[in-house]
Ligand binder design. Structure first.
Ligand code: FRU
Length: 488
């Protein structure tokens, strides 16, 4: 039995031992064990395929496999067999993150082979190919990018996460590396056939406030701009941004394809929540650019692991991207709106200091959209849950400030950062005096979207389940509309 078969057999035997109390339903999760980054996100033969960093044998990180699922609408996922498992001389300690591309009707995965021999970590780029999109065969001549390609440019011990793409008939790959001074850098490689690769350029290098290493780059063209997204480790906190141990950043600008350099016009954090990392995009149906991320954070306690539930981690809801005024904006995947069973709809509810309590309106799979006219009110509060056990949202009109907090909701989560934040803030200016708030709640996650443009992702693990929504305002704000639905 090879390592892929062994993992599949283990999953078959152990999946019934998983405790489902906190398991999400329409977010992609592994059947058992640990997951982190999304990998190989691609629209292939009319379906979305999404792979993920996967350790089936425990609910903590271990030698990485690639789990695999597919979906037609990015909400309902069909589990597929494990796609990759470590075992070759060049990937014996893990098949790390990477991406997918279609060529001549076949599905290619480009991933990082990770090995550790004594003190020496070696990360090289590898290929695997599939005729049917399900069973993958590693390329006999792996690795395809290794030491000789990056001599004098980068070290082999932090060199990973290739994102492959095609442009004007050539294949390119962006790969994460780091400088001798421990700054992030993204390298660009080029190929005619996916098999033979040449180093092209250092696409972009971080400064000393932008983290000690960059991970999981992705480069795409959208709405007239080039966008480079990546995930820095230990980026410095700046104002309301980059509060997590590991952050995510979008650089907006233009690639100079003559020099292979990325000319940055703007950059900002991608999601202002506490649980969002390693996003990857694909070009989907109707040429929409879609992003999905790991909805968890490195080096923090994971309640489902600590409670012995035998699983850890989930993907975010996939999101549709667009660029406006040099910012990368996002909103929920549009298929969400076709999967709603509307259970409550009201207009022009006056809010005041006396909270309105909508009992049992927030189920474990809920979508809610609220449009709030602040009028003269300074503060609006929305509390999800029950009694003192609530996930909280506050908006301050004076500061245009959204705060979302999981402080009073469920199991405490702590991390190795100086301070583990159980809340995050973000500036969201009103549009025509109103704030549009959308929430997408799956069992243990709530993702917030504001004004069809920005997002905050939170996981939370309630000790006792509460399904009420409490609304109040410091003065007379008006909820011009509220719509709540079950996600089917
Ligand atoms: C990002 C990351 C990647 C690496 C993978 C290993 O979360 O550290 O850089 O390929 O996870 O699981």
């Amino acid at each position: 039995m090879d390592a892929v078969q062994k993992a599949n057999q283990y999953i078959r035997e152990k999946r019934t031992e998983v405790v489902d109390e906190y398991r999400n339903h329409f977010h992609l999760m592994a059947p058992v064990g640990w997951i982190n980054d999304p990998n190989g996100f691609i629209y292939f033969r009319g379906e979305y395929h999404l792979f993920y960093q996967f350790y089936p044998y425990d609910s903590v990180w271990g030698p990485m496999h690639w789990g695999h699922a597919k979906s037609k609408d990015l909400l309902h996922w069909e589990e597929l067999p494990v796609a990759l498992a470590p075992g070759e001389s060049y990937d014996k300690d893990g098949c790390f993150s990477g991406s997918a591309i279609e060529k001549d009707g076949k599905l290619y995965l480009m991933y990082t082979g990770h090995t550790v021999v004594g003190e020496q970590v070696r990360q090289v780029q590898c290929l695997a190919v599939s005729e049917d999109g399900i069973v993958f065969k590693k390329y006999a001549q792996n690795p395809i990018i290794a030491e000789e390609h990056i001599a004098d440019v980068a070290q082999i011990d932090d060199f990973r996460d290739p994102k492959v793409f095609q442009r004007e008939g050539h294949f390119y790959s962006v790969v994460a590396a780091k400088t001798a001074e421990s700054r992030g850098q993204i390298l660009l490689f080029e190929s005619e056939d996916l098999l033979e690769w040449q180093f092209s350029s250092v696409l972009l290098e971080g400064d000393d406030e932008q983290g000690v290493m960059w991970e999981c780059p992705d480069l795409f063209h959208l709405d007239g701009k080039d966008v480079l997204i990546l995930s820095p480790i230990e980026m410095d906190k700046k104002g309301l941004s980059y509060w997590n141990t590991s952050s995510t950043v979008a650089f907006i600008g233009a690639v100079d394809w003559q020099t292979g350099r990325f000319i940055v016009e703007n950059h900002h954090e991608i999601d202002h929540g506490v649980d969002f990392y390693a996003p990857q995009t694909c070009l989907g149906k109707e040429d929409k650019r879609i992003m999905v991320a790991w909805m968890q954070m490195w080096h923090r306690t994971m309640p489902t692991h600590d409670l012995g539930h035998k699983w850890s981690g989930s993907m975010t809801l996939p999101r549709e991207l667009f660029v406006e005024k040099n910012r990368l904006l996002q909103r929920p995947i549009q298929t969400l709106y076709q999967s709603l069973d509307i259970t409550l709809q009201k207009e022009n509810l006056e809010l005041s200091e006396q909270p309105i309590i909508l009992e049992k309106v927030i189920s474990d799979q809920t979508y809610a959209a609220l449009s709030i006219a602040m009028n003269d009110a300074q503060e609006v509060a929305l509390l999800f849950g029950h009694g003192g056990n609530t996930l909280e949202f506050h908006y301050s009109a004076e500061e245009s400030l959204v705060t979302v907090s999981r402080k009073n909701s469920g199991w405490k989560i702590s991390g190795n950062e100086e301070e583990t934040y159980d809340f995050r803030c973000m500036r969201v200016p009103l549009v025509d005096g109103k704030l549009k708030v959308e929430i997408v709640r799956d069992t243990s996650s709530m993702e917030w979207f504001f004004n069809d443009s920005t997002a905050m992702s939170f996981t939370f693990y309630e000790k006792s389940k509460g399904h009420d929504l409490m609304l109040s305002a410091s003065d007379r704000a008006v909820l011009t509309s509220i719509k709540i639905g079950e996600i089917q």
